[in-house]
Design a protein around this ligand. Structure first.
Ligand SMILES: [Zn+2]
Ligand SMILES: [Zn+2]
Length: 194
């Protein structure tokens, strides 16, 4: 059985991300680290020796940063606020995946009626040539910002956290990562610029 559900794998970089090493869970001591650079989830005591070790800087610093945020912010943990209703990405119809347009094949696509000039058409996750949608970064939804404390966050990332059992959230400030905790571990999420 795969230890990592599609939901958990959504904390990793999308399959189109050039940082290939971020596309899969990594190992740090007895924890699994799943990150796309903007959010990081540390799953405790996962006992998965087959994972690649987390060694790529600056991401190798994430466990220490999580520990630091836990020390400073744990007493401020609270429920996440209600999140805005997701807006489906028009390019992948909310699936998070697309594939090259079979008519124009992503070349000179501005006149293509099949893909409306996008060069890609919506795909399902299981399609052989499916790539994470470039426009929504594989989330299937448009980016919406939400203020929590003095931080401004991508609601799509907060939605990933909200789906974790026992999720609690503690913002830091406008530029430093917020801390979150859940039943299986903890992690960080970066605020956005307004
Ligand atoms: Zn086309
Ligand atoms: Zn999309």
């Amino acid at each position: 059985m795969d230890l990592f559900t599609d939901h958990l794998r959504s904390f990793c970089a999308a399959n189109r991300d050039v940082r290939e090493y971020l596309r899969s869970p990594m190992r740090h001591n007895d924890a699994a680290i799943l990150t796309n650079g903007a959010i990081v989830l540390r799953i405790r005591a996962i006992d998965e020796g087959t994972l690649e070790p987390l060694k790529q800087l600056p991401f190798a610093d994430f466990p220490a940063k999580i520990d630091d945020a836990a020390r400073r912010l744990a007493e401020h943990l609270a429920q996440l606020p209600a999140l805005p209703a997701p807006i489906h990405c028009p390019f992948c119809n909310g699936s998070g995946f697309d594939k090259p347009c079979p008519v124009c094949d992503d070349v000179n696509s501005t006149d293509c009626a099949h893909c409306d000039g996008d060069g890609v058409i919506p795909a399902a996750r299981d399609d052989a040539d499916a790539l994470a949608c470039f426009f929504c970064d594989g989330t299937g939804h448009e980016r919406q910002g939400i203020d929590i404390g003095s931080g401004y966050f991508d609601s799509r990332l907060l939605a990933l956290i909200a789906r974790l059992d026992g999720a609690l959230f503690a913002p830091d400030n406008a530029t430093d990562a917020a801390y979150f905790r859940c039943d299986i571990g903890d992690g960080l999420v970066m605020p956005m610029r307004k």
